[in-house]
Design a binder for this molecule. Structure first.
Ligand code: HSE
Length: 309
């Protein structure tokens, strides 16, 4: 038996919602898990990146692979150990750009293995295992559910989430620079403690964000997508971030601009804006720093992970 799960890319934080807000995009990784044909052949992991075969070279294909680790946790949940599996990971989501490539393959591997095992784990267990591997739920939840999600990893290991509404006139543009930034490095520059006034700043913005989404309030969204908890510390890792944000803030129709997850990709939310004007600001700023930009302007993925095989 063979199961294939397609999982969307995700953008986390969305400015104010560090480690809790995220959204899904229609760029997909696929994870296929099957029982090995020859008994005794152990665990086989293949990674296929058709566009950039070199990307696959840096990803472990042994038991250190995060997909394998996630599947191992699922098996241990039912008191078993995976010993005979072929795992194929087909990637389209750029790696180490802040677009949830690791969350997507963790979710894909878990859901595929769960289906292979005849679904011993329900959604709550899958969310919890995936978040344990990833370390935060903000990419995992939209990867599973699609759309925009608010999620919280609770002290007991469970994940509480809600899907939030989104509107077709709010466009999301993804700006991807041509260099990688590892999440561990981007998290390592964050302080252990923050000032109360900065925490209060983000608290207000997160409340505004949720209200703006529930009421389709573009003016409120414009105030909401700002941050003082992570972007100020990460800006040194993403040259041009501050200039791009400052310029876009004054561009007609732009509602928000944020570092996508741990970066370095940048997300821009707009309503009635001239898309080329946004692209020019981002591309020109980064070009001055010898960085090329790839743009995707797309609706959200609202379905989340789904079985395709
Ligand atoms: N919320 C996480 C962070 C997302 O900002 O580090 C990274 O995957």
């Amino acid at each position: 038996m063979k199961v294939g799960i397609q999982v969307p890319a995700t953008m986390a934080n969305l400015g104010c919602g560090f480690d809790c807000l995220g959204l899904a995009l229609p760029i997909y990784n696929t994870v296929i898990v099957e029982e090995t044909v020859l008994p005794g052949s152990g665990i086989e992991i293949n990674i296929i990146d058709e566009k950039n075969p070199d990307n696959a070279l840096n990803i472990p294909t042994d038991k250190n692979n995060i997909v394998y680790k996630a599947i191992e946790l699922l098996y241990s949940y039912i008191g078993q150990v995976p010993d005979e599996l072929k795992i194929t990971i087909k990637t389209q989501i750029p790696v180490a750009r802040g677009l949830g490539s690791s969350a997507s393959v963790i979710v894909g591997g878990l859901m595929a293995a769960n289906a292979l095992l005849r679904n011993p784990a329900d959604e709550a267990v899958l969310l919890s295992i995936a978040t344990e591997i990833e370390g935060h739920p903000d990419n995992i939840t939209p990867a599973i559910k699609g759309g925009v999600t608010l999620s919280s990893w609770e002290d007991d290991g469970s994940v509480v989430y809600r899907k939030l509404p989104w509107y077709d006139d709010w466009k999301v543009m993804v700006c991807i620079p041509d260099y990688e930034l590892a999440t561990e490095i981007s998290r390592s520059v964050l302080p252990k403690e923050v000032l109360l006034k900065d925490a209060a700043f983000n608290l207000r913005r997160s409340a505004m964000f949720v209200e703006a989404l529930h009421t389709h309030d573009s003016e409120l969204l414009k105030l909401a997508m700002r941050d003082r908890l992570h972007q100020p510390y990460r800006k040194k890792l993403v040259p041009g971030l501050v200039a791009i944000m400052d310029n876009l803030r004054h561009t007609n129709g732009v509602l928000g601009c944020f570092l996508s997850g741990a970066g370095p990709a940048i997300g821009v939310v707009s309503c009635g804006a001239n898309v080329n004007e946004i692209k020019d600001i981002v591309a020109n700023t980064w070009r001055d720093m010898n960085v090329n930009t790839q743009f995707y302007s797309m609706p959200l993925d609202n379905e989340g992970a789904k079985r395709i095989l």
